[in-house]
Each structure stands twice: as C-alpha cells, then as structure tokens.
Design a protein around this ligand. Structure first.
Ligand SMILES: *[C@@H]1O[C@H](CO)[C@@H](O)[C@H](O)[C@H]1NC(C)=O
Ligand SMILES: *[C@@H]1O[C@H](CO)[C@@H](O)[C@H](O)[C@H]1NC(C)=O
Length: 286
C-alpha cells in the first residue's frame, strides 16, 4: 500500500513540474511581445486610394520580412496625398522565419491600434514597423519615444561599473545590431536600417548616454529613440522577456488553467496525505 501512495505522489509532482514548464514562455515567443505603439491623430478616408496604398505597403513589408531583416517602401498614388511611406526593422539576431512572424504580428496589431490613421508605429521585442504619409525614410531622429528604468539596485558600484562597461562596449562595437554582456549584465542595441553607419553611431551614442544619465542605478534600462535603441539588464537576460502584453489573452488562459490544475493537484495531495495519516494511525491502533 505504501508503495502505491508514493508512486501516485511522484506522479502528481511530475504533472506539476511538466505543467510549470508548459506555462513558462520560451525566449523565442517573447519576440512578439508588445513594447510600445503610437498613431498620428489624422485619419484617412475609408475605401480611399490612400487606404489601398497603405494596404499594399503593409503587405510588401510582411512579404519582404521573409528574406530581409530591414526594408523600406514608398507607394506612389495618382495624387501626392495618396503617397505612403513605410519600413520595418527586425532585431539583428532574429532568423528570417521569426522576422516574418514578428512583422506580420506587428502589422496586424498596428491595424487594431491605429485604425484608419495616416501614420502609425509599433515596436515589439523582436521588430519595429512604421508607416506615415509624410516621409521619414533615411532621416536620423533622436526623439525619445520610450524610456523605462527599472528599480534602483542602490549604490552597488560593482554592478554599475559593469553596466557602464557593457554600455561602453555597445557604443564601441560597430554595426546596426550590437550585443554585449559581462557577468549578469547584458546589453543590446539596434539601429533602423535606413541610417548610415555614422548616423547609427551618433544615434546609439545618444541612447547610451541617456541610459547612463537617466537610469542611474536602475537594474535595467530601455531607451528607445525614433531611429535606434539601447537596453541593458543587470539581472540576467530576463528583461527582454519581461512584457507579454501581446500574448495576454493566451497567457491569461494558461494561467487560469494552471491555477485550476494546481488546486486539483493540491486537493489530490491533501487526500493522499490524509489517507497516509489514517493508515499510519490505523496501523498504530492495531
Ligand atoms: C497626411 O494626411 C493628413 C490627413 O489626411 C493630411 O492633413 C496631411 O496633409 C497629409 N500629409 C501629406 C504630406 O500628404
Ligand atoms: C529604400 O529601399 C531602396 C530599395 O531597396 C534602397 O535603395 C534605399 O536605399 C532605401 N532607402 C532607405 C532610406 O533606406
């Protein structure tokens, strides 16, 4: 009898462990997570030439993302007010299938967030998409779009020296996509592909300088400028998987499911424990 009890206990634990690994989102899933989005106030007329140009622009972006991590398009209309400009940029480490998935996701979220607006931009963890009826292609823009600093780690000079070293490394490394790390500190930087090498360097220098000055002793920092971003985390790679608002509906469902199963498993454990106690005390009574 004792053997049956312990094996069903083992079974319950295996079940709980496999469930928790199921509900823990994988790194690759996080590339679709929402970071920020914004739209212009001006709206276009429904069923207008502008709308059909915008649709062909967004289709071009999604198609292009299957073979290139950056591209830009300009869709000309019969009249100047129908012209629409757009681009996307995938994070440098994404494979082409992941880039395409990310851009498709961003485009579909843009359609909801920026319903019928003349311009819109959306940043997911793995990619960025922007369109507008005025051109912004090839124009360096260091406007702060999103600044996020984590909680302060206090005056941990070692951690902050390491952070500054990693950020310094990012500033010195060439290229549109840069990663660096030391100990628990990780950093990542990305330019949008329409910037020249010099503009990218200038944009990233600004983002990194702002991270250091604005995020002081924060345990992570995100600095998204209009054409480039730099981010760091001092607590391992968790920060790039932090926000899952894009997957909210599914993860909420998963959470509810996990809670119910957890409760059931708890009840099962209690029953097993109680019957075990009864057997022990029953045995003693004889
Ligand atoms: C962009 O669209 C808005 C709203 O339709 C319009 O007011 C503005 O003039 C357009 N800009 C250009 C450059 O066409
Ligand atoms: C836009 O794309 C065209 C064609 O791929 C390319 O020649 C041009 O340099 C790009 N412009 C910018 C600003 O990236």
């Amino acid at each position: 009898m004792g053997r049956t009890t312990s094996s069903s206990l083992l079974l319950t634990f295996t079940f709980i462990v496999s469930l928790s690994s199921l509900t823990c989102p994988s790194l690759s899933a996080s590339t679709d997570a929402f970071v920020f989005g914004g739209c212009t106030q001006q709206k276009y007329v429904q069923d207008s030439p502008f709308e059909s140009n915008l649709n062909s622009l967004l289709t071009s972006l999604v198609n292009s993302a299957t073979y290139s991590s950056y591209n830009n398009y300009t869709i000309m209309g019969s009249s100047p007010q129908d012209v629409v400009y757009g681009l996307y940029q995938c994070r440098g480490d994404l494979s082409m299938p992941d880039c395409a998935t990310c851009v498709a996701r961003a485009v579909s979220q843009l359609g909801v967030l920026c319903a019928q607006t003349c311009g819109g931009a959306l940043q997911l963890q793995g990619c960025y998409v922007k369109y507008d009826n005025t051109t912004f292609l090839g124009v360096e823009d260091k406007t702060v779009v999103l600044k996020k600093c984590g909680p302060s780690v206090g005056y941990d000079t070692d951690a902050m020296n390491l952070r500054d070293a990693v950020l310094g490394g990012l500033a010195r490394t060439g290229g549109a996509y840069r990663v660096g790390g030391s100990g628990d500190v990780q950093g990542v930087a990305q330019c949008i592909g329409d910037l020249s090498t010099g503009e990218c360097q200038d944009c990233l220098s600004e983002a990194i300088m702002r991270l250091k000055s604005d995020c002081g002793t924060a345990d992570y920092g995100d600095m998204f400028l209009a054409k480039c971003y730099a981010r760091y985390t001092t607590g391992g790679p968790h920060v790039y998987t932090k926000s899952h608002s894009a997957d909210k509906s599914t993860s909420d469902g998963e959470k509810t499911f996990a809670i119910i199963i957890g409760l059931l498993a708890g009840v099962a454990l209690l029953i097993i424990f109680l019957s075990f106690l009864r057997k022990v005390f029953g045995g003693n009574g004889k």
